[in-house]
Design a protein around this ligand. Structure first.
Ligand SMILES: *Cc1c(COP(=O)(O)O)cnc(C)c1O
Length: 460
């Protein structure tokens, strides 16, 4: 059985990762010199090359699946992902057209429909797996442009009477700026609406910006609400944004790349209320669903718009199987398509909805615990979110020296974030493996570290 064989490999690798260092100590030169032996002039046994690569991955990367990696939404993974990616490579299904890969496409469709229903989207929602949140956000912008500007697809943006602009919170993900560049909207088309003290988009500032832009001859078409901001886990006021978009006839996109997973948790899902009104949603399985990269998702309640936006006609692709079996290559950004959705399907099948919710609730509790321990040890918590991202600081801390100390002692991986113009420390419980003991130990050790550094400042 594939599962048995992979299970041994997976668990022994994981055990070593969990015991080992989190931060690598390496310069590019060392890796490049090591790679010089691979000039591909002669064949070598696969075992040898694969073993070498595994050693390189052990030594030369940040171990994002380590339970003390409190990082950037990169999760620990489960055996289900490993099995899924192996099956995908073995059978290499081509998901561009339904006729070529009916089993794989129906598995993805089934999985996406389940999640779309959790989000409160209608049964005919168009959905697809994407490489990640960036591609899902790109899909949303293209769909919204296609929906609002009939000339956009054929004649291009320059044929429009007024330049389209869209609105994001100042805390929104920076992929949206790249997307504005890539689509030809231009980066200035992204209007960053100030966030309030709570780091949520200020809806009255949004209203004022839309009004002012319309008056100066621009064409507002979309608002992005972020549900779980990358730096601080802030959730924009989704019900108010939905209502505003409905009134102003603007497309409402919710970027729930990380936070969207909270929808399966009965204790957290009410924080996402309002998402059911979204025209489109981004959600990444490779973040809080703890699925291996890359596994993003795009949902859109306007299937006709999606079909128009991504239409393609060829003589060489298999003919459409039927109305009810759309071909992914005519409904999404990608053409050749990997079976990315299997990772989420197998994860959900193995854990069940309750198991998945339990993992999410566990991480949330660990986040609460970390927040409480830090506050009790004199740290100032600077963000407010029900999700497990904790941003914090204290007086007189030298941030580079502090982060250097974390690294030198391999205490845990944390990052720096800028919130409202100030640099703070950011910790996110991204692993379902992180335990209470580890959280307590981390809080204690970093408090010691800060105290030590205050007594005898070091420069790194
Ligand atoms: C991570 C993230 C993205 C980008 O997703 P990728 O999967 O990295 O492409 C977009 N938006 C938010 C809010 C994110 O956290």
């Amino acid at each position: 059985m594939l599962v048995d064989r992979l299970s041994g490999e997976f668990h022994s690798a994981q055990a070593e990762i969990d015991e080992g260092p989190i931060y690598p100590e390496v310069a590019a030169k060392e890796i490049r010199e090591h790679l010089a032996r691979y000039d591909f002039s002669s064949a070598m046994p696969l075992e040898e090359a694969a073993a070498d690569v595994e050693q390189m991955l052990r030594r030369w990367q940040v171990q994002v699946t380590h339970p003390r990696y409190l990082g950037l939404f990169n999760p620990s993974v489960r055996l289900a992902s490993v099995v899924a990616d192996s099956l995908t490579a073995i059978y290499n299904p081509q998901l561009a057209a339904w006729r070529t890969a009916p089993a794989a496409i129906e598995i993805e469709r089934h999985t996406l429909a389940w999640l779309a229903a959790k989000f409160g989207m209608p049964a005919d929602t168009a959905a697809s797996f994407t490489s990640g949140g960036a591609e899902a956000n790109l899909s949303a912008i293209i769909a919204a442009l296609t929906h609002d500007f009939p000339e956009y697809g054929e004649k291009g943006l320059h044929s429009l009477p007024a330049p389209p602009v869209f609105y994001v919170s100042a805390e929104a993900h920076h992929s949206l700026s790249k997307i504005a560049h890539m689509t030809g909207l231009g980066r200035e088309a992204v209007r960053a609406v100030p966030a309030g003290k709570d780091l949520k988009m200020d809806v009255s500032a949004l209203a004022a910006a839309v009004d002012e832009d319309r008056r100066s001859g621009l064409a507002p078409f979309l608002v992005v609400g972020t549900a779980g901001s990358t730096a601080a886990g802030a959730i924009d006021p989704l019900p108010e944004l939905a209502e505003f978009c409905r009134r102003e006839r603007l497309w409402f996109h919710v970027d729930a790349a990380w936070g969207g997973a909270a929808i399966v948790s009965p204790t957290l899902r009410h924080h996402l209320a309002g998402i059911e009104h979204a025209d489109s949603i981004t959600c990444d399985a490779h973040k809080w669903f703890s699925v291996a990269m890359g596994c993003g998702m795009f949902f859109c309640r306007h299937p006709q718009t999606v079909a128009r936006a991504f239409r393609a006609e060829t003589s060489y692709m298999p003919r459409t199987a039927g109305e009810d079996t759309p071909d992914p290559y005519t409904h999404s950004v990608q053409w050749s398509r990997r079976f990315a959705g299997l990772k989420l399907f197998l994860t959900l099948a193995e854990l069940g909805e309750t198991g998945q919710a339990a993992a999410i609730d566990h991480q949330t509790r660990m986040g609460d615990r970390l927040r409480n321990r830090l506050a009790a040890s004199g740290w100032r918590i600077v963000n407010h979110t029900p999700l497990p991202v904790v941003c914090f600081t204290r007086e007189d801390i030298d941030l580079p020296a502090f982060l250097g100390g974390l690294r030198a002692r391999q205490i845990c991986w944390m990052s720096e974030a800028r919130l409202a113009g100030a640099s703070v420390i950011r910790a996110c419980i991204t692993s379902f493996k992180t335990t209470e003991q580890e959280v307590d130990q981390i809080a204690e050790q970093i408090t010691h570290l800060a105290a030590e550094q205050k007594r005898s400042p070091v420069t790194c």
